[in-house]
Design a protein around this ligand. Structure first.
Ligand SMILES: Cc1ncc(COP(=O)(O)O)c(C=O)c1O
Length: 417
């Protein structure tokens, strides 16, 4: 049965992009663990290279398993098409390199994920691309930072670990006014909680290593073009030859046939296979992540051992109103808590039995980390503070265990600090 557009997202997770194989009836999409794809004649392969015929060539450029994974993700984000990549960072870096060049500028919030901050502030800077960092939730600041050289405005739906919630529709209005591409990182909310295209995202990126996969067994990323941006815009004159040939597919054509192909950041077909299985349960997983997340946030907010809880579902959170407006189905599993000092944070983490101390989010298990000494340690003190990673902060990402067991684990550890 072909999936229909009007099916709900939970149905598309199971039926979008792949129907049982006509020859064998296999219900799980196949793994094409092949480096290259053979053609009968030299003329046949020449036609595919020339773009006259469709076909798979080499798994650094395209692959049938990756193609199915990409079609699934583009369906979930209601996009035009998608390209899978080796990690979330590869999704962000290749997108930036496909949009901007030396002398160009990016605008991004100060509280973006540490890896993204490092990419923008150090790596891309070395190649002549400058990032203007603004207060993540100050819409006016994005407007003030726009210049003739701005090639991308980048926002996260829910910043990690600070849990900032920028008003994406308002930032999109600024991007639209100036003809600038708005790139939205939807990793922490997923299409289940936030439909980025409806808020004005032109390009949506994900680290599929997190909730999309859900089971902590592989690293990957995806870039989805929403189909909303007019790629004939002279701000992106380097895309002109691609616009002439591919029209509204210009950005993805340039990415696949140039930046992505040349940088070699392809996703392994095996990882795409694992993620395609993982994603099938995203609907029920997100429901449980959200209900457990809310219960833990309320519990911690009432604990006299915890100085502060940042969870967008709590009314006390500075982004609660925006989250209520933008999120559907709940507020996710990510939160950060202040325990006053680094020593108390370490004692709390070391006292946990169930929650695992590791550098990931969006896993079925409950995860915890001290960001200031680990994932955000590279920055200055001021940069760490802007990311919400001061010494007194612990990040939690609540898993799918029984809520009583999660709370008992937290309670026992808090009692010891
Ligand atoms: C919001 C966000 N974007 C991107 C990334 C990078 O993803 P990856 O680790 O798959 O490169 C992360 C990783 O934690 C993240 O939280």
């Amino acid at each position: 049965m072909a999936p229909k557009k009007q099916h709900h997202i939970e149905t598309l997770l199971l039926h979008g992009a792949y129907s049982p194989d006509a020859a064998t009836g296999a219900t799980v999409m196949p793994l094409h663990q092949s480096t290259a794809f053979a053609y009968k004649t030299a003329e046949d392969i020449e036609s595919v290279f020339a773009g006259k015929d469709a076909g798979f060539i080499y798994s650094r450029i395209n692959n049938p398993t990756l193609d199915m994974f990409e079609r699934k993700l583009k369906t979930l984000e209601d996009g035009l098409a998608a390209i899978s990549v080796s990690s979330g960072m590869a999704a962000i870096s290749t997108t930036a390199l496909a949009l901007a060049g030396p002398g160009d500028e990016i605008i991004a919030g100060k509280s973006v994920f540490g890896g993204t901050y490092s990419l923008f502030s150090a790596t891309l800077k070395r190649y002549g691309i400058t990032t203007k960092f603004v207060d993540t939730c100050n819409v006016e600041a994005y407007s003030e930072a726009v210049s003739d050289r701005t090639k991308m405005i980048f926002v996260e739906t829910l910043s990690n670990p600070k849990t900032d919630v920028p008003d994406i529709a308002a930032i999109s209005a600024i991007a639209r006014k100036h003809g600038i591409v708005l790139v939205v990182d939807n990793t922490v909310t997923t299409p289940l909680l936030l439909q980025a295209k409806t808020l004005g995202a032109d390009i949506v990126v994900h680290s599929t290593s997190k909730y999309i996969n859900g089971h902590g067994n592989s690293v990957g990323g995806i870039i989805i073009d929403s189909g909303t941006f007019d790629w004939s815009n002279p701000r992106y004159e380097h895309l002109e030859p691609f616009y002439k040939k591919a029209r509204h597919f210009a950005f993805l054509a340039y990415l696949r046939n140039q930046v992505y192909r040349d940088l070699g950041c392809c996703l392994s077909p095996f990882n795409a296979f694992l993620m395609s299985i993982g994603i099938e349960s995203l609907g029920v997983r997100m429901e449980r992540h959200c209900s457990n997340g809310m219960a833990v946030a309320r519990y911690l907010a009432n604990s006299d051992k915890v100085h502060n809880v940042r969870y967008p579902g709590l009314e006390s959170h500075s982004g609660n109103k925006t989250a209520v407006k933008q999120f559907k189905n709940g507020f996710g599993a990510l939160m950060s808590i202040s325990l006053g000092t680094k020593e108390r944070c370490f004692k709390f983490i070391n006292g946990l039995v169930l929650a695992q101390n590791l550098a990931n989010i969006g896993d079925v298990r409950t995860l915890v980390i001290h960001p200031g000494s680990t994932i955000c340690r590279d920055g200055t003190e001021a940069e760490r503070a802007a990311m919400g990673a001061t010494d007194d902060i612990v990040r939690l990402c609540i898993g799918l265990e029984n809520i009583d067991d999660i709370i008992a684990d937290l309670e026992a550890s808090l009692a010891g600090i």
